[in-house]
Design a protein around this ligand. Sequence first.
Ligand code: ADE
Length: 226
Amino acid sequence: MRIDILTVLPELLESPLNHSIMKRAQDKKIVEINVHNIRDYASGKHRQVDDYAFSGGAGMVMMIEPIFKLINKLKAEREYDEIIYTSPDGEQLTQQASNILSTKTNIMILCGHYKGVDHRVREHLITREISIGDYVLTGGELAAAVITDSIVRLIPGAISDETSALSDSFQDGLLSPPVYTRPSEFNEWKVPDVLLSGNFKEIEKWQFNQSMERTEKLRPDLLDNE
Ligand code: ADE
């Protein structure tokens, strides 16, 4: 899989994409992530990427021209399954959406910034708009990192124990059960006996009941949607 991220602030993506599972997945060539600086496609001495809104008011708007040039260059090189724009008014990211995106071959993510992007980009160049939640970030870079992380960890081979991505919270519409590790007793706080029993059937039953209980208590809305 290949993910191209288009941004005016590539520095913001360096750390989240180059550590832990993201780094390993790239080293293992499971995914190729390319970060492109939109400013490299801007013209003029000042390589301007934003300008005032025609409607007036405070805040700058990302210009169409450099984005158009960059998107067209990438599209000439390969076909893209999705060209995503990160925006608080997009569809909200869900585990199901990430599952589907993780099966794609080429994805582009355009990070929004400033007051937004010239609307013609959204009308003519973007295939999908994704929000990571009902709050406003300074820019779309963190959202792009979240989307990328949630996709990449699902690609087979990205996580060494390949069953662990499937047992994530939300994968079966439920929250994950609690987990414990050694020591089995700390400060008189004990790990539930069943987990030390070695009886995997009982452990599975306990885990399912815990998942149900936690979901009912913490996220009852997940059960309503079924
Ligand atoms: N850009 C600013 N806020 C955002 C959000 N909540 N999701 C995606 N992109 C954003």
